[in-house]
Ligand binder design. Sequence first.
Ligand code: NAP
Length: 672
Amino acid sequence: MKTLKLLNYARDAWVAGDGSFAEIRSAITGDVVAETGSKGLDFKAMLDHARGVGGPALRRMTFHDRAWMLKDLANAIMARKEELYALSYDTGATRTDGWIDIEGGAGTLFSFSSKGRRELPNQRILIDGAMEPLSKGGSFVGQHVFTPLQGVAVHINAFNFPVWGMLEKLGPTLLAGVPAIVKPASSTAYLAEAAFRIMIESGTLPPGALQFIAGSTGDLLDHLTLQDVVSFTGSATTAMKLQSHPAIARESVRFIAERDSLNASVLGPDAGPGTPEFDLFVKEVVREMTVKAGQKCTAIRRAMAPAQHIDAVEEALAARLAKVKVGDPREEGVTMGALASREQLESVRSAVAELARSARVVAGDPDASPVAGNGAFIQPILLRADDPWGSPAVHDVEPFGPVSTIMPYRDLDDAIALANRGMGSLALSLFTFDPAVAEEFVLGSGAYHGRMMILDRTSAKESTGHGSPLPVLVHGGPGRAGGGEEMGGIRGVTHYMQRTALQGAPEMLSKVVKQWLPGGAKTEGEVHPFRKRIGELEIGYTLKTASRQVNLEDIERFARFTGDTFYAHMDEEAAKANPIFDGRVAHGYLILSFAAGLFVDPAPGPVLANYGLENLRFLTPLYPGDMMRVELTVRSMSVRNAEMGEVRWAVYVFNQKDEIVASYDLLTMNQP
Ligand code: NAP
């Protein structure tokens, strides 16, 4: 492969650094494959461009516009994925490793796109939680909202997943409406640059939305302000250095840190040899050691087993590791590629040497070169620490490669304490078939781990595995893991937004947030709301129905018809004895059915289907002879595509005393 001269993407143009370049070498051959340099970039001007051009353009779009944009970016990556695979091998990655990085990265964008369209409004302000009544008369209320930060997200990424690591941060950032400047780790920057280039060439992004630094960040951090976010992934040492940068401290710049982690995997006390959980544990530890040559922040570094089973665990792991084929990932049959660089190889060897002072190597030879030449190959290394409390290094030193240490525990409390001794980690896995063990572990260890996977025979087949961060789940962990939380669905998006408590009149706030809030203005018209398409409806448009009586015969007929003969509807004495009712009451489902009968307009038209109710509460019992009427108000609307969109209706059922009998949100699919 010829040497790639990596370019920076600054102020919507590709620019070469001037002067000094750093060489990047292939993990497989040791040959120089790329040069990187960012000297001469005007970093302040890049920030200004993002703030002045990219931010405003993104903020003009709605969440749905931005979600569609993410889908286009993911499609662009998928359409040109083979270009990325071709580069990925030189990072030491096998095809499977590359799949996690490249297609896993695109999948993360797809996931954020889909969540954005389903869970966020087709608006620019995001409502957070329910309205809070603040006054007796209801004219002054509170509503939390999120709006996009008006600065820049600076993404500083680790070398191990150059594509996924970039995209998992861009998904939530762009969906929030915030421009980003991406700085990949140098050793695999050529792959990150290629993926970045595909996104730019897709023509999907507005100007200023994304910029790229191929090299050092120069004085970029000096110019950060309160509206910016730094999202860092890498070692604890670099994180601490950056976090204490004067501008970051002075301006209270948001700092998301995803650092290293001594992740644990625990074989439950019930999961001895011969149980499915024992086999699953062995398989998972080996998988975590070898996928991406163990260069995963979530990889299992510490594998714990009941003392009486530790020999069996060692034996089973060693046998499985012996089958791992290390080599050039392009070759048939190779199951583990190389570390990302020779520097990485040296760093792993030195970490193993440190661990070997209090643990012994029981499989693999750290100094062996399994493949001739200048590549960064190493055998998988298994260590054993028989006295885990007397071996602090096994809980402190992160060998960022195919290295794991097994250790015995005495009892469950000991296992929990050992797991927590990692001082905060990204992921823990527990192999048990005993719910009591699992509960004990979650309570004893949850506070120390960002994610916990409890694996047993029933979930193993479909499990995504110990080491897979998922776009819908929080990725991050307390303490040593950095205290950050990435992804986690819409939670991740809010990292790039500001939460503000709005206060005011419900009429005013309804207009601001483009959602009808209780107490907000209601409009009525001649036309039944079911006869209007989404484009013709307005927020607050209300149908007030006629009243109908609910009598004993209705209740009995409903009971016979549905089979719901619960005593509160059928037995006066028993209903009276119930502390809630004064006698027989109408079924809640009868009230809902009669409500529909009151508000529905039956002819075919813009309403396509009822697809659910939310937040249903029955607040006042309806007794035989009572009247009921309904108010149906458009709460919010969201067009999904050319065929349909969702209308959310606030429904209130009242009795003859105007007390609220039931309230709920009705969801319908309507023509746009
Ligand atoms: P690193 O050496 O800390 O580098 C991380 C990033 O910081 C790289 O982009 C690096 O750029 C940049 N950087 C270093 N010094 C900087 C400075 N003074 N100013 C601005 N940027 C600076 O970590 P790494 O070796 O790439 O990654 C391996 C580590 O990351 C492991 O410890 C692993 O556990 C951790 N990790 C954590 C997660 C997670 O989600 N928690 C995920 C993956 C990896 P250069 O490459 O150009 O120096």
